[in-house]
Design a protein around this ligand. Structure first.
Ligand code: NAD
Ligand code: ZN
Ligand code: ZN
Length: 391
C-alpha cells in the first residue's frame, strides 16, 4: 500500500508499505478514504519530537471504510463495510478517564511512566505521532490498524460525506474543546492567536457560544482569509504593527483599555520549540515561555480567561506569574482535545448545518501528493488551509 513516512528532520516521503493486519481482538483495519495534515504534524516534520524513527507512518486525522475486524471489534455495533471517522487519540474506553469520555488522558494507551506523565505532560496513545505517544502507525496511508476500534471509530451517516466527517477526528473537536473549556460565554470579547484551521473554527465556535466580538491575531494572507470567510471578525497583524505599539497594547486599545475577556492560543508549534521543551528539560535546560502566553496573560482584562490549545511541553522561564496572580487571570491548559466527549454532538451540528467544515478546506489532492502537501502547508504556500487528501 502507499503510505507517507517520516524520513528524517524536515523530510517526509511516499513509500510502499505492508498492509496492516488484525493483531488484537478489538482491532479494526480501515481502508482509508480521506486524510489530512494538521498543524501538529509540522512539529513532527521539524524533528521537534525526538522519538521519531525513519519509516514511521504519519497521520492522525482520517476516515475510511471498515475492511476487516477482530473478534471483539463489533461490540458497539460496527460492521465490515461501515463508513467511519477515527479519533486522533487511541482510547481504551474502560479506564478511569475513558469512563468520563476524557479520552485524551486514557491510562491504558499511555505508554509512559508516572514521572513522564507528571513532568512532561504525556497523554493517551495517538496515531502517527511518534513513539512518544505509543508508536502507533498513522492514517496517511491506504490502510491503518485502529486499536480498540469499537470505541475509536464513529459511524458517518449518509448525509455526512467524507469531506465533512473527516475533520471530526481532530480539528473540529479541538476547536470546540478550546472554546468551551476556556468558558467562552454570552457577551464575551474573545482574542484568538493563530488563524490556522484551529483558530478559524474557534472563531465560529466563539460566536456560536455567544461572543459579542472576536479579534484574530496573525499575519499575511491568513488574515485575508479570515476577513473573507469571517467578516464579523476584527484583525491584528502581529508582523505589521504600527511603530511603538504591541499586540498587548493594541488589544487594550480595542477593548476600552481593559482588554478582551478571553484569550485563546491556537499557534504554539511555529513559534516555540514545542515538544523539544520536554527534552531540553530532561537535559537540565529550561526554555523561554512563548511570548504568546505572556501576551495573553497581559492583555486580558482582570479575571480574564486564557486557554492553551497550541502544543507545549516541559518547563519554561520568564512566565509572567505576577500579572497572572495580581489580576486574577485564569490560565487553562485545554489538553489534547477529548474527541470522544464531543464528536456525536459535533456530528449533529454538521448534519443540521450549524457548522460547515468545508469552509476551511482549501485543496483536494490524491494520496500520492501527500508529501508535497506537507511542504506547502508548512510554508503556508498557495493559500493552503485544511486539505482533503483522497485515498
Ligand atoms: P497552523 O500552523 O495552520 O496555524 C498556526 C497559525 O499561527 C499560522 O497561521 C501562523 O501564521 C500563526 N502564528 C504564528 N506565530 C504567531 C504569533 N506570534 N501570533 C499570532 N499568530 C501566529 O496550525 P493549526 O492546524 O491551526 O494548529 C494550531 C495549533 O494547534 C498547533 O500548535 C497544533 O499543534 C495545535 N493542535 C492542538 C490540538 C489539541 O488537541 N490540543 C489538536 C490539534 C492541533
Ligand atoms: Zn492534529
Ligand atoms: Zn482508557
Amino acid at each position: 500500500m502507499q503510505a507517507l513516512v517520516w524520513a528524517g528532520k524536515n523530510s517526509v516521503k511516499m513509500v510502499t508499505a505492508k498492509k496492516p493486519v488484525v493483531i488484537e481482538p478489538r482491532d479494526v483495519i480501515l481502508k482509508v478514504t480521506g486524510s489530512t495534515v494538521c498543524g501538529s504534524d509540522l512539529h513532527l516534520l521539524h524533528g521537534a519530537i525526538v522519538e521519531m524513527k525513519k519509516g514511521d507512518i504519519l497521520g492522525h486525522e482520517f476516515c475510511g471504510v471498515i475492511d476487516s475486524m477482530g473478534a471483539d471489534a463489533g461490540r458497539t455495533g460496527l460492521n465490515k463495510g461501515d463508513r467511519v471517522v477515527a479519533s486522533f487519540q487511541i482510547a481504551c474506553g474502560d479506564c478511569y478517564y475513558c469512563k468520563q469520555k476524557l479520552s485524551s488522558q486514557c491510562e491504558k494507551t499511555n505508554a509512559n511512566t508516572l514521572e513522564d506523565a507528571m513532568y512532561g505532560g504525556r497523554t493517551a496513545g495517538m496515531f502517527g505521532y511518534s513513539h512518544f505517544t505509543g508508536g502507533f502507525a498513522g492514517g496517511q496511508a491506504e490502510y491503518v490498524r485502529v486499536p480498540c476500534g469499537d470505541v475509536n471509530l464513529l459511524k458517518l451517516p449518509d448525509d455526512v460525506p467524507d469531506e465533512k466527517g473527516l475533520y471530526l477526528s481532530d480539528v473540529i473537536a479541538t476547536s470546540w474543546n478550546c472554546v468551551v473549556d476556556t468558558g467562552v460565554k454570552e457577551g464575551d470579547t474573545v482574542a484568538i492567536w493563530g488563524a490556522g484551521p484551529i483558530g478559524q473554527m474557534c472563531v465560529d465556535f466563539s460566536f456560536m457560544n455567544g461572543a459579542k466580538r472576536v479579534i484574530v491575531i496573525d499575519s499575511n494572507w491568513r488574515l485575508d482569509y479570515i476577513k473573507e470567510r469571517h467578516p464579523k471578525t476584527e484583525l491584528i497583524d502581529f508582523k505589521n504593527l504600527p511603530k511603538g505599539t504591541s499586540v498587548v497594547r493594541r488589544l487594550k486599545e480595542m477593548c476600552d483599555g481593559r482588554g478582551p475577556d478571553v484569550a485563546l492560543e491556537c499557534v504554539a508549534g511555529e513559534y516555540t520549540k514545542g515538544w523539544a521543551h520536554w527534552f531540553e528539560m530532561q537535559m537540565g535546560l529550561e526554555t523561554d515561555t512563548s511570548e504568546i502566553v505572556n501576551e495573553m496573560i497581559e492583555s486580558v482584562k482582570n479575571y480574564g480567561r486564557c486557554g492553551i490549545t497550541g502544543v507545549y511541553a516541559g518547563y519554561t522561564n520568564h512566565f509572567n506569574i505576577g500579572s497572572l496572580m495580581e489580576r486574577g487571570i485564569r490560565l487553562i491548559g485545554n489538553g489534547q482535545a477529548p474527541v470522544h466527549l464531543y464528536w456525536e454532538k459535533l456530528l449533529k451540528m454538521i448534519q443540521d448545518g450549524s457548522i460547515d467544515p468545508l469552509k476551511m478546506v482549501s485543496h483536494r489532492v490524491d494520496i500520492s501528493q501527500m508529501d508535497q502537501v506537507y511542504y506547502k502547508f508548512e510554508k503556508k504556500e498557495d493559500g493552503m488551509q485544511k486539505v482533503f487528501v483522497q485515498t
